[in-house]
Design a protein around this ligand. Sequence first.
Ligand code: AMP
Length: 184
Amino acid sequence: MRLVLVGPPGAGKGTQAEQMAKRLDVPHISTGDLFRANLRDETELGREAKRYMDAGDLVPDEVTVGMVRDRLGDADTGGGFILDGFPRNVAQAGSLSEILSDKGLELDAVVQFDVDDEVVVQRLLGRGRSDDNEDTIRNRQRVYREETAPLLDHYRDRLVTIDAVGEIDEITDRVFSALHNRNG
Ligand code: AMP
């Protein structure tokens, strides 16, 4: 299955992506993780991305899309993938559909993790990542509302919405039963 996960920062996308990737035996591709790995390794791409990440802004599309195109060229994505944190705006969604259609592929579904803004601020503050201070969090939420949320309408014909409040396993079960019901 080729899936995209969408949800506000702190909705638990990363955790769910991992669980789903394990069950489906496909790679979990997190653009945030890829950027953080580049920061750690002090690559050119990491240097370009850093100031945007520190501010909670989106890294420019050409940088992000290039990184994703490379990753989707890897052989392990042949049986599907779970994209976590990409696309983050409608332009990236367009680039993704081009990358896939070049391979004769398309997305199976887009899973939206639905959770209240205020609930997640506390969760994020507890997580302790360097971009998890309150100002950056508020900015990431604004970016989500303004740039990422329009994807929900863009993908409405393949959107599966999940209530993302609950126990981890319970939410994973919700995702799979929703995907199952959708695929008949
Ligand atoms: P995340 O781990 O998904 O919260 O991403 C951390 C940071 O990486 C974001 O705040 C952005 O600065 C950057 N980032 C991750 N994914 C993307 C994307 N698809 N487009 C642009 N920037 C991204």
